[in-house]
Design a protein around this ligand. Structure first.
Ligand code: FMN
Length: 373
């Protein structure tokens, strides 16, 4: 029987186990540059089969929160190079999550204080995180966005392409295209945030067009085997809504099957919330989503996430429902999560007051099992 602790061939990259560290924003990268402490943080967690970094902005315009990292300056690429070197020195594997927040931003974070950009000029009922002049952090409502002109879209796709190349230059084993949680690509997908009347709005195929423009550009630049994608079919995160997610996301995975992506990463339910969260009239059928991908010939790994504990993860792997399971919050507070799961040991509780922003506390100071230390 296959277990969480068996190795996995991810499009030629050998993962030591099937436990993945989910992307986790930590707001500890001033001026969008990862610090040495971030290398320590990821290296501490390198026993995961795969690490997915925190969401990382592809451009200044793609920024939506204070002190999140980017991949669009030489300094940031050098900062990430120290991270990937530290992880590889521990035998780990690491991909970077490529991010454009779209409307989930604030004018103070945008170039020249401009309005954030979005498929349509509909403000998200959501908060972003800012750091004030005195260094204290606070949540603030997202700003009113302006709708992107179709002529601007190739420039954003080009930013994704350039960031994918920068990721390889920084030593990453690949990238994860962030198409989840109500950010730019997800804003195009869902009708709640996309009311365009051009080729990028209306029908499912039109709303998915931007996602495929990005997938095309990234895979052409660095190869499909180094490209994964994250989807969240029903999450309400960042005011994300669509009344008919099943046909929308089945269309997406059906078409993704034509690209030999390394993996498809699915957040089941409301991100960080109920796994049975529903949008539209019927519960979302994740098995049908996976089947749609496989039936269309999709061979990428199927990665699942959201609220998994050890038993649920073991079950998902043993039953073949998933190839890989991503853990988020448990990895924040348990650098040696893999070993703890292997032994069936208790997990450290996390301190949510240190999730976003700050320094070492709540970042690199969580204890590991004594025998493992
Ligand atoms: C502090 C924190 C930061 C997060 N940052 C990101 C992120 O940068 N990108 C992303 O796709 N999801 C992000 N998420 C969502 C997690 O990746 C994951 O989907 C969620 O925590 C549910 O998994 P879990 O129950 O194992 O924690 C974040 C969650 C938390 C708690």
């Amino acid at each position: 029987m296959t277990t969480l602790f068996d190795s996995f061939d991810l499009s030629g990259l050998t993962l030591a186990n099937r436990i993945v560290m989910a992307p986790l924003t930590r707001n500890r990268s001033p001026r969008a540059v990862p610090l040495p402490i971030t290398a320590t943080y990821y290296a501490q967690r390198a026993s995961a089969g795969l690490l997915i970094t925190e969401a990382t902005a592809i451009s200044h315009q793609g920024q939506g929160y204070a002190n999140v990292p980017g991949l669009y300056t030489a300094e940031a690429i050098a900062g990430w190079r120290a991270v990937t070197d530290a992880v590889h020195a521990q035998g780990g594997k690491i991909v970077v999550q490529l991010w454009h927040v779209g409307r989930v931003s604030h004018t103070t974070l945008q170039p020249d204080g401009q309005a954030p950009v979005a498929p349509s000029s509909i403000q998200a009922k959501a908060n972003t995180y800012l750091i004030d002049a005195d260094g204290s952090g606070s949540f603030a409502a997202t700003s009113q966005p302006r709708a992107l002109n179709a002529e601007e879209l190739p420039g954003i796709v080009e930013d994704y392409r350039r960031a994918a190349r920068a990721a390889i230059d920084a030593g990453f084993d690949g990238v994860e295209i962030h198409a989840a949680n109500g950010y730019l690509i997800d804003q195009f997908l869902r009708s709640g945030s996309n009311q365009r009347t051009d080729a990028y709005g209306g029908s499912i195929a039109n709303r998915a067009r931007f996602l495929f423009d990005v997938v095309e550009a990234v895979t052409a630049e660095i190869g499909s085997a180094r490209t994964g994608i994250r989807l969240s079919p029903v999450t309400p995160a960042n005011d994300s809504f669509d009344p008919a997610p099943q046909p929308l996301f089945e269309y997406v995975v059906h078409k993704l099957a034509a690209y030999a992506l390394s993996y498809v990463h699915v957040i089941e339910g409301a991100t960080g919330g109920p796994r049975d969260h529903q949008q539209g009239d019927t519960p979302f059928d994740y098995a049908a989503l996976k089947q749609a991908y496989r039936q269309a010939g999709g061979q990428g790994a199927w990665m699942v996430n959201n609220g998994y504990d050890r038993d649920q993860a073991e079950q998902a792997i043993a039953s073949g429902a998933a190839d890989l399971v991503a853990f988020g919050k448990p990895f924040i507070s348990n650098p040696d999560l893999v070993e703890r799961l292997r032994r069936g040991d208790a997990l450290n509780p996390g301190d949510s007051s240190t999730y976003y922003g700050g320094g070492e506390r709540g970042y690199t100071d969580y204890p590991v099992l004594a025998e493992h230390a």
